[in-house]
Design a protein around this ligand. Structure first.
Ligand code: ADP
Ligand code: MG
Length: 296
């Protein structure tokens, strides 16, 4: 009894499968499955759904037109350990959309809008920016083959677009380089002061080792010997030794930053400030951005 039921079942599967194979999209999906027909037959209705969804894709030109059950995805078979599984795979429009919208830079204490900055949106009319844009483009192009280039010390007037320009390039790079951190430096120091010891160590470690680091607005912080020597000094020393690209933006040029770093409420310490400046110089190329204030 059991056997005859089994035979009957197998026969139905075969009939349904043969019938379904008349459809060229179904036959196409089936041709992609590297398994015995006997195994494949068990999944006729699921394969039918895949081929229906692929049919929808053939006439589709963008995500808004998507007719599939889950917008931007196709229900698709794949073989794993000789078994057939189905999963939702992103279509070409969805893949592009995900790439364009997912910035994987880790932003800390920075305005949200910066994560959307892109190189293609950079305003090229301002001739003073050309040298910087060229520099950023060269860094971007070379990064794949040389991930140990120097970063940038970009200084200049308030609102000239320093933060924006560096973020635009790093956001672009974030499509392939997952390990990028961008922090607003004055706020970082404030929050570290309040951090618990274990959290503190983890965070410093991350800043030391992240593949690319951008310390935004250095020189705008209140300097303490602790912040300068234990935090900044430690991070920069590590990154220098490991040749990890490090970016800075500042309203101060490097000489002004040296003076700024030497003054704490405990007095003036030119030697310690000089030590930090040497590390910054070692880690980055110094460029000035003079431009109108874009903040209105
Ligand atoms: P800075 O860091 O030099 O003080 P920002 O990078 O914060 O200046 O830029 C000031 C403002 O101008 C921001 O609101 C920023 O979004 C905008 N901005 C800067 N550069 C561009 C650009 N190339 N295209 C569009 N907006 C820009
Ligand atoms: Mg800025």
């Amino acid at each position: 009894m059991k056997e005859s039921f089994g035979k009957f079942d197998q026969k139905t599967l075969e009939t349904n499968f043969k019938e379904a194979m008349k459809d060229k999209d179904f036959a196409y999906v089936t041709s992609l499955i590297d398994l015995d027909d006997k195994e494949v037959m068990k999944h006729t209705s699921k394969i039918e759904r895949s081929s229906e969804e692929l049919k929808n894709c053939q006439n589709c030109r963008n995500l808004h037109m998507c007719k599939n059950k889950i917008t931007g995805f196709v229900y698709f078979p794949h073989v794993k350990q000789d078994r057939l599984h189905f999963e939702y795979v992103a279509c070409k429009y969805q893949k592009k959309h995900l790439q364009e919208t997912s910035s994987t830079c880790n932003y800390y204490e920075m305005p949200d809008a910066l994560s959307k900055a892109r190189m293609k949106d950079i305003d090229l009319t301002d001739s003073k920016r050309v040298a910087i844009i060229k520099w950023l483009k060269a860094f971007y192009d070379t990064y794949k083959t040389d991930p140990h280039q120097k970063g940038l010390y970009l200084h200049g007037s308030f609102g000239s677009g320093k933060t924006y320009l560096i973020c635009a390039m790093l956001n672009e790079l974030a499509k392939t380089e997952r390990d990028i951190t961008i922090v607003y430096y004055p706020e970082l120091l404030r929050s570290l002061k309040e951090a618990f010891e274990t959290d503190f160590a983890t965070r410093i470690n991350k800043l030391k080792k992240v593949n690319i680091l951008f310390l935004d607005d250095i020189g705008a912080e209140a300097v303490t010997p602790w912040a300068r020597d234990e935090i900044l000094g430690t991070i920069l020393q590590y990154r220098m030794d490991a040749h990890l690209p490090t970016f800075f933006s500042s309203n101060l040029n490097i000489e002004e930053l040296e003076i700024h770093l030497s003054n704490t409420k405990n007095g003036v310490d030119k030697v310690k400030a000089r030590r930090i400046i040497e590390r910054i110089k070692n880690l980055s190329t110094d460029i000035e951005l003079l431009s109108k204030n874009r903040r209105n």
